[in-house]
Design a protein around this ligand. Structure first.
Ligand code: CP
Ligand code: NVA
Length: 311
């Protein structure tokens, strides 16, 4: 049987996304209770491979796989043959005979698609240049906790509209029936294909999507105010050139004042205070970033349980 993969946010239908988020909430509630589900009991191994650095993703998958009764096999690509150029397909065929699932943080989306094309076990995107769908599941769980719903809420993301977080907010937020606004410089707009796909999904879910260069209009009255680094992993060489264009899109006290009075502030972390987000905002009372980081654990446990047992 062909396994289900989670390579980008719209690999889950709206109904499936809601199921995963409900499972995540249950797993959070029952985390330390007897009888919590253990779909990886055995233990079965899950390979978690990193082509890029990570703190939250590494920790949350490792802890989550262990809590599901499994064994996290964390591999730094640089110390594996994958890092020396072994074909992705060959590595996958070795892993899928021994692991129950493969989680991969890598560069181009084409790489994880190549893995999924041959894998006999679920493949999960732990961040690519284009998408960060596990992060968005955690973000959506956090918003549900704070607001009790997703559908109909407005989520504004300010900053690099062309990066993985912007793309995943568009697809994942539209899937949840949210009104997603991306405020970014003209030269850092979301990929047109992603905007188009998100608009198609929103037309079905009752949400909407908007890109604008007007940061103030984007933040106006929003329920959720999110941002991300202006310099993603792999872009370090462009650091100086990238900072200036993004300054008007900082999530600072002015941006927060434009949002709804009880707006929830999100940031996937790591954060750069004084750049994309002011210290007063990320460390202030409306910030949900620590719950958001913890929810990586619960959301990914929900996702793995769903992929292994319910899909
Ligand atoms: N948010 C996130 O994915 O963090 P890490 O890069 O530390 O995994
Ligand atoms: N856009 C960031 C997200 C980090 C979790 C990056 O890709 O580096």
């Amino acid at each position: 049987m062909t396994p289900r993969h989670f390579l980008k946010d719209d690999d889950l239908t709206p109904g499936e996304q809601a199921e995963v988020l409900a499972l995540a909430a249950d797993l959070k509630r029952t985390r330390h209770t007897a009888g919590a589900p253990m779909p990886l009991a055995g233990p079965r191994a899950v390979a978690v491979i990193f082509d890029k650095p990570s703190t939250r993703t590494r920790v949350s998958f490792s802890v989550g796989i262990a809590e599901l009764g499994g064994y996290p096999l964390v591999i730094d690509a640089a110390s594996s043959q994958l890092g020396r150029g072994e074909p992705i397909e060959d590595t996958t065929r070795v892993l899928d005979r021994q692991a129950a699932a493969i989680v991969w943080r890598t560069f181009g989306q084409d790489r994880i698609e190549a893995m999924a094309a041959v894998s006999r076990v679920p493949v999960v995107n732990a961040l690519t240049d284009e998408y960060h769908p596990c992060q968005i599941l955690a973000d959506l769980q956090t918003v549900i906790e704070r607001r009790g719903q997703l559908s109909g809420l407005t989520l504004t993301y300010l900053g690099d509209g062309a990066n993985n977080m912007a793309h995943s907010y568009l697809l994942g937020g539209a899937t949840a029936g949210m009104h997603v606004r991306i405020g970014s410089p003209e030269s850092f707009q979301p990929a047109p294909a992603v905007l188009k796909r998100a608009a198609e999904i929103a037309a079905e879910t009752g949400g909407s999507v908007l890109w604008t260069a007007d940061a103030q209009a984007a933040a106006d009255g929003t329920d959720v105010l999110a941002t991300d680094t202006w310099v993603s992993m792999g872009q370090e060489g462009e650091y100086e050139a990238r900072i200036a264009p993004f300054r008007p899109y900082a999530v600072d006290d002015d941006a927060l004042a434009r949002a709804a009075a009880d707006a929830v502030v999100l940031h996937c972390l790591p954060a750069y205070r004084g750049k994309e987000i002011a210290a007063s905002v990320i460390d202030g009372p409306q910030s949900a970033v620590w719950d958001e980081a913890e929810n990586r654990l619960h959301a990914q446990k929900g996702l793995l349980t769903w992929l292994l047992e319910r899909a």
